[in-house]
Design a protein around this ligand. Structure first.
Ligand code: HEC
Ligand code: HEC
Length: 329
């Protein structure tokens, strides 16, 4: 209960942070910020197990954002204090980004990101160089508050941990004209059961393949991102650059976008996450030293260009994968 009260006050505190970003046009589209209240795990999961895990967790433990939910303690090294949690007034990094650093579509995957990049991002959140890009987006507001409560030293310990974990992409990018009907839930989309579909239009609709397991914070959860037909090929062409103002993405993000000297590895990461970051650079809510490289890149990209690039980036195998495993649609 305590964690929820804390969460509500954090959300309220976070809203004024967005003012600076909102003063500037263009506004990011609302579909990229599914507006909802955070939801808890369904009560029927109390003391139930995940497939393959011998851990049992109470509903209370699943809801407690000050402690990482750890279904598979042997599947990763020991977590440093900030990741594992334990302070009654601070959220645990591992609660949102998960103990394996695989993250979720409404936050970010930190596994396999370079130590220096992650450390700089935390500094940017703490200094206000990275602000909230949309006042509806509670998780990012909570990230900013948590960053303010985390010392640089604790951040470095957390990032030494996350940067060494392999990042295995767990999102499947599917091109389609229509999508299963969805309900915005937990700041992403829940795919409704029942087979009804609706036109996708110019959007990316991303959500977990099993919402209950998602809410149980299953670190092995897979996601699907539905993107417009032709988006991946168009994104691939855009990624080659335009020969002048917009250099090729690989020039900085490395071969296969698996990380370069300047740019972090982005291959296989969440398409809605990439899309939101393009907007953050565009509207100036992401303003740290590294953002100077991305601002000219996004300056002349349309919303559709950003959808296509995000689809392409997400469709690539990550650095810990040779190819993306195929899963049924
Ligand atoms: C309430 C959930 C939540 C918690 C707890 C949380 N984060 Fe985050 N984190 C997010 C969200 C959401 C984002 C994406 C923010 C955005 O897009 O602006 C993010 C982004 C980040 C990024 C930027 C990643 C990138 O590729 O740009 C870093 C670094 C980070 N978090 C580190 C941490 C650390 C360290 C902790 C613990 C001290 C932590 N986070 C705790 C939700 C959370
Ligand atoms: C001139 C170098 C450069 C080029 C070219 C470049 N990027 Fe970046 N990119 C960066 C840097 C540096 C960052 C980290 C920004 C920061 O620290 O805020 C970044 C960040 C990003 C992020 C956010 C990653 C995260 O985890 O938050 C995405 C997504 C991204 N770039 C995609 C692209 C795409 C797609 C292209 C090609 C259209 C591209 N970039 C071209 C240098 C570059």
């Amino acid at each position: 209960m305590k964690a929820f009260v804390l969460g509500a006050s954090i959300l309220a505190l976070a809203i004024p942070l967005s003012v600076a970003a909102q003063d500037k046009a263009p506004e990011p589209p609302l579909w990229a910020f599914p507006v909802t209240q955070p939801v808890g795990p369904p009560s029927k999961v109390v003391d139930q197990k995940l497939p393959g895990s011998s851990v049992k967790l109470s509903e209370e433990a699943l809801k407690d954002r000050t402690t990482a939910v750890d279904w598979f303690p042997k599947a990763h090294p020991a977590m440093p204090p900030a990741v594992k949690g334990g302070r009654s007034d601070v959220f645990a990094c591992g609660y949102c980004h998960l103990p394996n650093g695989n993250g979720r579509a409404e936050n970010a995957d930190l596994a396999g990101m370079p130590l220096a990049y992650l450390t700089q991002q935390l500094a940017d959140f703490r200094s206000g160089a990275r602000t909230l890009m949309d006042s509806h987006f509670g998780p990012a507001g909570n990230m900013i508050i948590t960053a303010g409560q985390t010392s640089e030293a604790d951040g470095v310990e957390a990032f030494k941990y996350f940067s060494k974990l392999p990042y295995v992409s767990h999102v499947k990018v599917v091109e389609t004209a229509d999508v299963p009907k969805t309900t915005p839930n937990g700041f992403l989309y829940e795919f409704n059961k029942g087979g009804q579909r609706e036109p996708l239009g110019q959007r990316i609709i991303e959500g977990p393949d099993d919402f209950e397991r998602f809410e149980m914070r299953d670190p092995r959860m897979t996601f699907t991102a539905y993107v417009p037909v032709g988006a991946i090929a168009r994104g691939k062409a855009l990624a080659k650059g335009d020969g002048s103002a917009r250099p090729a993405c690989e020039g900085c993000h490395g071969v296969g976008l698996r990380g370069g000297i300047v740019g972090p590895p982005i291959a296989g990461r969440f398409p809605t996450g990439a899309f939101r970051q393009f907007y953050a650079f565009k509207i100036g809510s992401r303003n740290g030293p590294g953002a100077a490289f991305m601002k000219p890149i996004v300056a002349n990209l349309s919303e559709r260009d950003m959808i296509d690039l995000a689809a392409y980036v997400g469709s690539l195998p990550s650095s810990a994968q040779k190819a993306k495993p195929s899963r049924p649609n």
